[in-house]
Design a protein around this ligand. Structure first.
Ligand code: CMP
Length: 139
């Protein structure tokens, strides 16, 4: 399996606030190459399936509602050590704990509405990429 790719979503709050351009600029400036990208709107079933691992968590319903309330930008990013480096770039899940200069520190409002997703492992990066993109959409 490739170890130089990760999957990201710019979540509905980031899109609503007009932060797509600024966040992509930061991603590019940090050395990631965009392999695949689309503006898309997840259905309730999409979001339930994507976050199935969290289905027993108390915030699952809220998470599904948030992720389906508007369009997202889904993308696959390539860089050496992509998963770990991207998680460093976005910062902690809770923006209150995120380091200065990270995407979540700059653009996220709360632990629930945290602006951006980054895969937590190479295995999940591959699963999440395949959820949103076919092989013909990766370049
Ligand atoms: P992410 O890590 O991208 O994927 C799981 C998401 O669940 C996380 O971002 C948040 O959007 C959300 N989440 C995680 N923890 C909480 C929480 N304690 N309360 C509400 N939402 C959460």
């Amino acid at each position: 399996m490739r170890t130089d790719r990760t999957f990201t979503m710019l979540k509905p709050d980031a899109v609503e606030k007009g932060h797509i351009g600024a966040i992509l600029e930061k991603i590019n400036a940090s050395g990631f190459r965009i392999v695949a990208m689309k503006l898309t709107h997840m259905t309730t079933n999409d979001a339930k399936a994507f976050y199935a691992v969290h289905s027993e968590r108390p915030f699952y319903g809220e998470l599904v509602e948030y992720m389906t309330r508007g369009p997202i930008v889904a993308a696959i990013l390539e860089k050496e050590n992509a998963v770990e480096d991207f998680r460093t770039l976005i910062g902690a899940t809770n923006p209150a704990d995120a380091a200065e200069g990270t995407i979540r520190k700059m653009y996220a409002a709360s632990i629930g509405e945290n602006a951006v997703h980054g895969s937590d492992s190479d295995e999940n990066a591959a699963i999440e990429s395949a959820f949103h993109f076919s092989g013909r959409e990766m370049f």
